[in-house]
Design a protein around this ligand. Structure first.
Ligand code: PLP
Length: 515
């Protein structure tokens, strides 16, 4: 481990831990070992070949042979080479990696909830339907919208659903329209969504404060504009102060305002998109409402909308029948159809509802305030060492740039990798694109003052290293099992499974590369 004097104290146990167990070979299998013992056969033996024909195998293939404890240790050890929100701060901006309270997990594992089957009769699913209905009511109240669907399985999926609603709405008026306006600060999923729905994307340049230039917007909105997709607060963590005017400009031409609500954790309990002119929006339950995310899911991206879009919501929707029971209503002639099988990721609804009810209105508001406070604390403590490209007040995240560090040949990606040596997950690098060399930091409300101070210390220490010994930053991380990967190769040619004996195994410990 390469270290220099003076900051060893701030390197925390979790990274020290990563370097233990050096020298263990990957291949652990030895012939004949088993991690199980089957009970003696107590049913008549059958001739498998007669039953299954050619589908019967003589051997189990080249599977590793190990004892139970070896398996347990293998996976437990691997898990310690990773990083988790349960180990420390995870300041990945825009991703809202907040702590997932254990009460959510307890509730989602209650027998009647965990074992409910999507095909069980509605009369036996009233509890599950009530969870859906109650969560919908809470989210409608929080967003200030009129109706909602919980079907979409991710934020991007919610965007897709929301723009389909806009499209169906315009089509119902005789013209689906051609374009969707998206600011240059947008999350990459926004233009991808608009294009997937068949729209041409019109790019809108942000103004000097990082917000929407309303005059420029007014110039380009016309009868071909289906909608504008706007993230609020924006990806630089800034609230669109002129959101009312933006809505008016769009509505004047019959266009809709779509809000990417992935950053709703900066607004919950303080202001409501439905009150400031938004027509349709998505939420990321797996960000704002604490349900865990990472590793590809599961997620949940509910879409809330105003009355004018309600008829187009995906089918089915929850409704209360005359018998007083809750039902799924499939009789929706104008619906855009299903966007997902069954009803959505129910386990995520349970967790989000548990989180919402446990916090209550005051708790949710406090959560928002603490998230904003934490981001501003970091901003104040770092703004003398890292460049702050936009000085507009920060909401839930703060975006710096590597402008001062680049002079010594150190880029945002290097600083992020050095942060790993100090026991933190990297912040989001190089995004949003309107900030060259961005460092996008989102602490969330989960972090204590002590954890924030450790993070600030680490970031300040790295800034000093950049001045005194940039090489240690450029070649970081030094405390992990492997240092720098060929990131392009890892993305283009991912090796996702073990491929046999070591001679075929892929070399993962590549030398440091220019990031
Ligand atoms: C995370 C995020 C999304 C996409 O959400 P997924 O669940 O990852 O699909 C969209 N927009 C913004 C601003 C986000 O932060």
């Amino acid at each position: 481990m390469a270290t220099t004097d003076g900051f060893v104290g701030t390197m925390r146990k979790v990274t020290a831990h990563l370097t233990q167990n050096e020298g263990l070979s990957f291949e652990k299998s030895s012939p004949g070992k088993k991690g199980y013992r089957l009970a003696p056969l107590d049913v008549p033996e059958v001739d498998a070949a007669a039953l299954l024909g050619g589908a019967v195998r003589d051997d189990v293939g080249a599977l590793p042979e190990l004892s139970e404890i070896e398996i347990i240790r293998h996976f437990t050890r691997l898990s310690t080479w990773n990083y988790a929100i349960d180990l420390g701060m995870y300041p990945l901006g825009s991703c809202t990696m907040k702590y997932n309270p254990r009460v959510n997990e307890l509730v989602s594992r209650l027998e009647g909830i965990a074992e409910a089957h999507p095909y069980q009769p509605e009369s036996l699913s009233q509890g599950a339907l009530e969870i859906v209905k109650l969560l919908q009511d809470c989210l409608i109240e929080i967003t200030g919208m009129d109706a909602i669907t919980l079907q979409p399985a991710a934020g991007a999926h919610g965007e897709f659903t929301g723009i389909l609603l806009a499209r169906a709405y315009h089509q119902s008026k005789g013209n689906a329209r051609k374009t969707v306006i998206i600011p240059d600060s947008a999350h990459g999923t926004n233009p991808a969504t608009a294009a997937s729905c068949g729209y041409q994307v019109i790019n809108l340049k942000s103004n000097a404060q990082g917000g929407v230039d309303v005059a420029a917007l007014a110039q380009i909105v016309n009868e071909d504009t289906a909608a504008m997709m706007l993230t609020n607060p924006s990806t630089i963590g800034v609230f669109e102060n002129e959101i009312h005017k933006i809505a008016d400009v769009l509505h004047d031409k019959g266009a809709l305002l779509y809000m990417d609500g992935a950053n709703m954790n900066a607004l919950v309990g303080k202001t409501r998109p439905g009150d400031f002119g938004v027509d349709v929006m998505h939420l990321n339950l797996h960000k704002t409402f604490s349900t865990p995310h990472g590793g590809g899911g599961p997620g949940s991206g509910p879409v809330a909308c105003k009355k004018i879009l309600e008829p187009f919501l995906p089918s089915p929707v929850v409704a209360q029948g005359e018998d007083g029971l809750l039902h799924w209503n499939y009789d929706r002639p104008k619906s855009v159809g299903r966007v997902r099988m069954l009803y959505g990721n129910f386990g995520m609804f349970v967790r989000a509802l548990a989180y919402t009810l446990a916090n209550g209105p005051d708790g949710l508001r406090q959560t928002t305030e603490d998230a904003v406070l934490n981001a501003n604390y970091i901003r104040k403590k770092l703004e003398d060492v890292y460049e702050l490209p936009y000085t507009t007040p920060s909401m839930h995240e703060v975006v710096f740039s590597d402008k001062r560090q680049v002079k010594n040949g150190v880029k945002t990606g290097d600083i992020a990798k050095r942060l790993i040596d100090y026991g933190f997950h990297p912040y989001t690098t190089s995004f949003p694109l309107i900030v060259p060399g961005a460092l996008m930091i989102e602490p969330t409300e989960s972090e204590s003052r002590e954890e924030l101070d450790l993070f600030v210390d680490a970031m300040r220490q790295i800034a000093r290293e950049v001045e005194e010994n940039p090489q240690v930053v450029i070649t970081a991380p030094h405390a992990t099992r492997i240092s720098r990967l060929d990131e392009t190769g890892a993305a283009r040619k991912p090796v996702l499974r073990w491929k046999g004996p070591p001679e075929d195994a892929v070399e993962v410990d590549t030398p440091a590369k220019e990031w």
